[in-house]
Each structure stands twice: as C-alpha cells, then as structure tokens.
Write a protein that binds this ligand. Structure first.
Ligand code: MTE
Length: 311
C-alpha cells in the first residue's frame, strides 16, 4: 500500500481553505466597496488570538503572495539558515503561554501575559510588502495592532529615545540557537518615532489566522519601509533605552547591515545591488522603490539625514 506522507512544508487542505476563503472574502469586500470588521474564518485548525480583523486601505491594489510561499520560504535563523528549515522545524516552538518582559525607560515595567497586552486591542488587516535585504520580496496580508498601541500601554518616559526587542532564547526548541549563526537572542531596535509610526505593526496573524510559527508566532514586528531583518519575530522582551541599542545583524557585520536598514534602491549592499527585487512567485524582477514604496508616509522621519551614511 502506498501512503503519501505529507512533508511539513506542503500545504494541508485546511491551509488551502484558509487562503481561498480569505481571497473570496477580500473580493466580495472589494466589490461591495466596504471597509468594516470582517468575520472570523470558520473551522481553522488552531485557536485564534482574535475574532475578527478590521480591513484597512493598505495594499488594496497588491497581488498577494501565496500562503504557501509566505509560510515555506522563511528567514528565521533560530530554526536554521535554509529558507525551508523554519517550516520544517518551527513546530517545536511552544507559543502558549507567552509573556513579554518590559524594561527600561517607562512607567510600567514588568512581565505581561500576551493575552493581557492584546486585551481590548483592535486587530487590523494590512497588506504590506516585505522587502528582504537579499533582494526578494513578498506581499503579505498581516493581521496586527499598531505597535504604538502596544508600546503606549507601558508609558515610555521622555528618556526613551529607542526601543529594543528580543526574540525568545530557548535552544531546546529552537535548534538553530545551538549554533552560532548569530549572537542569540536575536535583537532588533528602532528609534522611538519609528516604532510609534502608524505604519509600524505588531503582527499576530496572517491570511486571517494566527501567525504560523515559522513567521514569528505569537507576535512579531513588521516595519514595511525597512529591510526584512528589522522585523523581528517571536518577541519576548521590549526595552526602552536612552542610547541606541545593539542589533544582531549590525553586530555580525556592521558594513553590510546598518541600524536604519531603510529600503533604498540608491544604496547598494556591499555584495549586490538593491535597485531591483524579485517578488517571490514572479518570474520578472521589479524596480525597488525608496522606503519600499512608503516614502510619502515615512520620508519625513529622516529629514536632513544622509541616507547613504545612515544605511
Ligand atoms: N527574526 C528572528 N528572530 N530571527 C530571524 O532570523 N529573520 C529576519 C526577520 N526576522 C529573522 C527575524 C529576516 S532576514 C527576514 S527577511 C524576515 O524576518 C522574514 O520574515 P518571514 O519569514 O515571515 O517572511
């Protein structure tokens, strides 16, 4: 008897259902010209962190990358350096319960359960382009909460000029942490005004369901105008600081990975050009846009700054 064993990165029927239901709903809503709370998708395999997501204007004109590509072509070095490693091995990660430690320049430091942080927050649906420094990109329908709404709960004080985020360090579940691909835990940071910018998202889902583990469950950062490595996954610590914090990729190779990491077609990576990108799933390359196409919303954050030296 021949039994087909499904590889973990292959799509399950329920995944296909998730994507097609989502796309149907998107078409119906677009056709009716409505932007209201959308109903939760029925019969999905795992418990949802939210019941509905409010549709927003972001990315209405974009063609979405498939659920399969978004969830099987990943960078998550805690689960290996091959793009297929995270979808094969991230299931080992325990995401419940999940708490976040809040430290530094704020009035409400402490350790918070994720459910408490998310309580009473409105989850939005935002379609953003994610442009990786390796010159490929995806268009992802995220579900999340503006990061400003999360951070303001902890009342950062006037000394808070930056905010640093840490990923979980748990080598017994994240096998890649037994090797020194990077210094662990993975750390990223933003200037406070970047973190509080309305485009910056704390993502807790995609395609209308909970965030898959390989994409950074249960909560990750998404900063759409910056290269993908700024969008740190599986966050367990938030630290408000006066000084610019260290960040993992910058510590590994400062010449190649700057603190700002704003998408900029005019500034090449030392080993390759950044003016073109390949959308995953597309054959032809497209031109990369300044700030990944979000210049009208974010360029003013960098007024007067030399974007070549502050790469
Ligand atoms: N976060 C952690 N903790 N570990 C990582 O290796 N990779 C980054 C970023 N966040 C990474 C991470 C990089 S390089 C990219 S391009 C994006 O996650 C990829 O996100 P995706 O796999 O959901 O597309």
């Amino acid at each position: 008897m021949l039994i087909k064993v499904r590889k973990s990165w292959e799509l399950k029927d329920s995944d296909v259902t998730a994507q097609s239901l989502y796309l149907n709903r998107r078409q119906i809503m677009a056709g009716a010209g409505i932007a209201i709370a959308t109903a939760a998708l029925p019969s999905l395999a795992f418990g949802k962190a939210y019941d509905s997501a409010v549709k927003t204007k972001y990315g209405d004109d974009e063609t979405l990358t498939s659920f399969k590509d978004i969830t099987s072509y990943n960078n998550f070095y805690e689960f290996g350096t091959d793009k297929r490693d995270p979808s094969r091995t991230a299931r080992a990660l325990t995401t419940k319960p999940w708490s976040i430690k809040v430290e530094g320049e704020c009035n409400k430091p402490g350790t918070y359960n994720l459910e408490d942080i998310l309580k009473n927050q409105t989850v939005e649906e935002r379609v953003y382009r994610l442009r990786c420094v390796e010159a490929w990109s995806m268009v992802i329908p995220w579900n999340g909460i503006p990061m400003a709404n999360i951070l303001s709960q902890f009342e950062p004080n006037s000394n808070a000029k930056y905010v640093q985020f840490d990923t979980l360090f748990r080598p017994e579940e994240m096998w890649g942490q037994k090797r020194r691909f990077l210094t662990w835990p993975y750390q990223e940071a933003l200037r406070m005004d970047e973190a509080m910018h309305p485009l910056t998202l704390a993502a807790i889902g995609l395609y209308g369901d909970t965030l898959p583990k390989q994409n950074g469950a249960p909560i990750r950062l998404v900063v759409p105008w910056k290269y993908g490595f700024k969008s740190i996954k599986s966050i367990v610590a938030i630290r408000f600081t006066r000084r610019r914090p260290k960040t993992s990729w910058n510590m590994m190779n400062a010449r190649e990975y700057g603190f700002y990491a704003n998408v900029n077609p005019a500034v090449d990576h030392p080993r390759w050009a950044q003016d073109r990108e390949r959308r995953i799933g597309d054959f032809f390359k497209t031109d990369t846009k300044l700030f990944n196409g979000y210049a009208s919303e974010v360029a003013s954050l960098y007024d007067g700054m030399n974007l070549r030296t502050n790469y």
